[in-house]
Structures are given as C-alpha cells and as structure tokens.
Write a new protein. Structure first.
Length: 276
C-alpha cells in the first residue's frame, strides 16, 4: 500500500516523505530542551513545513538509551499543550504523536493527532492497538526489545533479521485484528541494537519490504553515525545525509529527521537517480 489516510486525506508514499521531529523533552539525545517556549515551538514547526515536511512528530518522552522514565501525567503535560499550539496555527494532516502509552495517545487524538508513532508496537500498552483501531488512524510500529531503560542489555540475537521479520509479522497481524488499516514499520535503529547491528540492519533494510507496508527510517544524528565518525550528534548532519540516501535506496518511504531541508534535498537527488 502506497497511501495512508490521515484525517481523511490520502498521503501518497510512492514518493518518499519527510517527518520532522518536535521533541518536547529536556533530555532527548540531540535537541532536548531546545524548544523552551511557544514561540520556539511554532518557529520550529513553521520552518519544517516550509522546508517540505509532510509529517510532524510530537513527543514528550525521551526514548534514548538510559532515558529517564516519567509519569503519564508529565508526558501529557508536555505533549497536549504543544499539539494544541500546533493545531491552532497550522493545518497539518500528518500530525503524529510519539508515545507508547495508550492513555497518552487517547488524549492526543482528541487534541489533533492523526498518526500514532509507537516505539513498542503495542507491547508496552495492552490497549494501544485497539485505541488506534477505533480511531482509524495510521499506526507506526517500531521494533525494539524491553524498554528504553533496559534495551541496551538486550542486543543478543540468534539471527537478527529473521527475528525482526517474525516480530513484524506478528505485530502487523495483531494490528490488523484490531482494525488498523494503515501500518508503517520502523526497524528501530539503535533500539536494542548495537552500532554494528544497526549497520547490518540498514544493509538489509530492503528485506522488510516483504511485509508490504511502508518503511520509516529513523537514523537522524544517531550514535551509529557519530560514534562511527568519532564526533557528536551536533556534528552528525553530513553522516545523517549519507545514511538517508542509503535508506532511500533500500526502500524507506518516510525519513524521520531533525533537519528537514537536507532530507528533502536527499530525496530530490534520489528521485533523479530513479529517473536516470
């Protein structure tokens, strides 16, 4: 399927799209704490939309390795005001809420979210899939093991690609059983995967196309880039662009990014490769 239905608008994914990241957290690995007030948030979203983003992804829980676990109430206090702020200023059909908690998602939908981005594919919240199915909105499910607090210790696989494919087969079936029509899969670079495993996964990313759903790639400024280059997340834009092209060549339909303009330029060059 090359389209997803966001609030009654069909978004065509036969051409790759960009999802801009809006972190409402003080401790995200790259941009935590940058968006300190309403003006900063609105300026960030406006720039991303002007730079070509189709989707905006709002999150209030830092899922980086060893990230701090926060209460549902704290997550809601971060996310809902930002969703309200964005929907009051902009019309965004692809407004995503990044949370693995059904209780957060249920409220986020009522505050304008039209996509759910769940790092746990429903495994950390038993009612998540049914809530998404009832709302009839697209569901992004990611592969991970454990929780953000434990996943670093859960990187042992007999055959990683086989296990990830089995995971998605199982989770997609569970989502379909809950009435979810539009599904996107995210292989979860860096989530319960070492740096080396993340590169192995990227090299075989095209194998996930067997599930016949769009693939989202989230490599933007991650440690698989800056640790390989012995730099920092702030210095990882060039490496991010290089891996974005690799993701596109391997079949990614959505790039989830911090830097929308550069990702859109990568897609433009990728499309020229296809033409020629």
């Amino acid at each position: 399927m090359t389209t997803i239905n966001c609030a009654g608008t069909l978004i065509d994914l036969s051409t790759p799209r960009v999802m801009g990241i809006v972190n409402c957290t003080p401790d995200s690995f790259y941009d935590g704490g940058k968006l300190k007030n309403d003006t900063a948030i609105l300026n960030q979203v406006e720039k991303m939309l002007n730079d070509g983003a189709t989707f905006i992804d709002v999150g209030g829980y830092s899922s980086r390795p060893d990230g701090t676990d926060i209460s549902v109430e704290e997550e809601l206090s971060r996310v809902l005001p930002v969703l309200d702020l964005i929907t009051a200023r902009f019309t965004i059909k692809g407004l995503s809420c990044d949370s693995f908690r059904e209780s957060v998602i249920e409220k986020a939908i009522h505050h304008g979210a039209t996509i759910v981005n769940d790092i746990s594919a429903g495994l950390l919240s038993s009612k998540m899939m049914q809530t998404v199915g009832n709302a009839q909105i697209p569901y992004i499910m990611m592969h991970m093991r454990g929780t953000p607090q434990t996943m670093k210790s859960m990187t042992s696989y007999e055959d990683m690609l086989v296990e990830i494919n089995h995971y998605f087969s199982e989770r997609i079936a569970a989502a379909r059983a809950c009435g979810i029509t539009d599904i996107v899969i995210d292989p979860g670079f860096g989530f319960a995967k070492t740096r080396e495993q993340s590169f192995e996964l990227l090299s075989d990313l095209d194998l996930l196309q067997a599930h016949r759903v769009p693939i989202l790639a989230g490599v933007s400024r991650k440690s698989m880039i800056y640790k390989t280059l012995n730099t920092t997340a702030k210095e990882a834009l060039n490496g991010t662009t290089a891996l974005h092209m690799a993701c596109l060549l391997k079949g990614a339909a959505i790039l989830r990014v911090h830097d929308v303009k550069e990702a859109e330029e990568t897609i433009t060059l990728y499309k020229e490769l296809l033409i020629n």
